[in-house]
Write a protein that binds this ligand. Structure first.
Ligand code: SF4
Ligand code: SF4
Length: 372
């Protein structure tokens, strides 16, 4: 018997118009079997956009509020109760969601904010590398998650998409702990797969109308891809994201482990593409590092034999842009910080690369895009 393939819907969309996006995602979900084939009557649905940090819409750091609004409308039109939220690593979620335009949209659809400020520790015995998480209450107060990710590059995990978006369900300040516990990007990625295996979001919608390339996830450049991607399989969705940007999916550890640990598949013959043709969205020159993320213990894997792994992948501060605010220093999750005002607070922070674990939390949080 032929195995059921994971479906990924690709939809051409050039503008952030809420009505247009609503029609697109409504159609896309019909291609997947319809909203009511995914959610059971009476379930409470949590909408989880990417709200990494406060930023302007033009910077393409967060899921666009028009995509969020279209999702709110879709849930409401299907007579389901909706909630929303996200937990940035450094900011207060309530203030940040307001600044990024989500609150205004949610109020318009009468969608209440879920609790992303408190949570509890859970034990996940099935975790491959991580058997315990501090999860926000929003997850326990609802029945199902719709993950609304943004297509972006990421200095640490190569890309951030459907799988990584759920890191926001970990309590705010506890995220840094994971960087210390899993300094290896490969193991960190496998932890993200465990997190998804625990949370089991039902539906993944990716905003790739304007994506981010280059120095992501905070400081890259907006790049028009004109696409909305929808799937029930986050591994398949992220692998199609990779194919659009000309990146080998197996180079991304969340995708590799996602397949290995049973979260989904990235093999082309196991994925059915629906909607508009993939070729329409190709961005072959998309600015992304086309090298694999390899576990320090797995470098002998045949697939990576001929590929040079970049050992000089360290954050650096552009002194012409830095305003010496110190947010990067505060963001460093290490107890003995790898970045400090060694020469005084009126000077540029200084890295100690012998300590740095290359988690890129400093780069992710710099408001000036001064860290490359
Ligand atoms: S966060 Fe950015 S601007 Fe602020 S001190 Fe660090 S590098 Fe400079
Ligand atoms: S200096 Fe930056 S990249 Fe290095 S460990 Fe600290 S936050 Fe992570």
């Amino acid at each position: 018997m032929q195995k059921v393939r994971s479906k990924v819907v690709l939809l051409w969309c050039e503008r952030y118009n809420e009505d247009l996006i609503y029609e697109k995602i409504k159609y896309g979900i019909e291609l997947l079997g319809g909203f009511k084939s995914i959610f059971k009557e009476g379930e409470k649905i949590l909408l989880k956009p990417n709200n990494l940090t406060s930023a302007t819409i033009e910077e393409a750091v967060t899921t666009h509020p028009a995509v969020f609004g279209a999702a709110c409308r879709l849930v409401k039109d299907n007579n389901f109760e909706a909630f929303y939220g996200d937990s940035p690593s450094r900011e207060n979620p309530v203030q940040s969601l307001r600044k990024n335009g989500f609150t205004e949209v949610a109020n318009r659809y009468n969608v209440p904010l879920a609790d992303f400020e408190h949570g509890k520790k859970i034990v996940f015995n099935d975790g491959k590398v991580c058997k315990s998480f501090d999860i926000v209450n929003a997850v326990f107060d609802t029945d199902a998650i719709i993950s609304l990710s943004k297509m972006k590059t990421h200095a640490f995990t190569r890309i951030t998409g459907a799988i990584k978006n759920q890191f926001g369900c970990v309590l705010g300040f506890n995220k840094g702990v994971f960087h210390v516990k899993y300094p290896d990007a490969s193991q960190f990625s496998r932890m993200l797969v465990d997190l998804n295996r625990y949370l089991k979001p039902r539906l993944f919608i990716m905003d790739a109308i304007v994506a981010m390339e280059g120095n992501g996830p905070r400081s890259g450049k907006p790049r028009k891809v004109n696409c909305i991607l929808i799937s029930k399989d986050p591994v398949a969705l992220d692998s199609v994201f990779c194919r659009i940007i000309n990146l080998e999916p197996a180079f991304v550890a969340t995708i590799r482990y996602g397949k290995q640990d049973g979260l989904g598949t990235f093999h082309e013959n196991e994925i059915e593409l629906l909607g508009d043709p993939l070729e329409l969205f190709y961005c072959k020159d998309f600015d992304v590092e086309r090298k694999p993320i390899v576990s320090k213990t797995k470098r002998s894997l045949n697939i990576f034999k001929k590929v040079k792994v970049n050992e000089n992948h360290y954050p650096r501060i552009d002194e012409t842009v830095c305003i010496k605010c110190g947010i990067c220093v505060d963001s460093c999750p290490l107890e003995k910080k790898a970045l400090s005002f060694k020469n005084g607070k009126n000077n540029i922070p200084v890295y100690d690369y012998s300590l740095c674990i290359r988690c890129f939390c400093c780069q992710e949080n710099c408001p000036q895009k001064a860290i490359k």
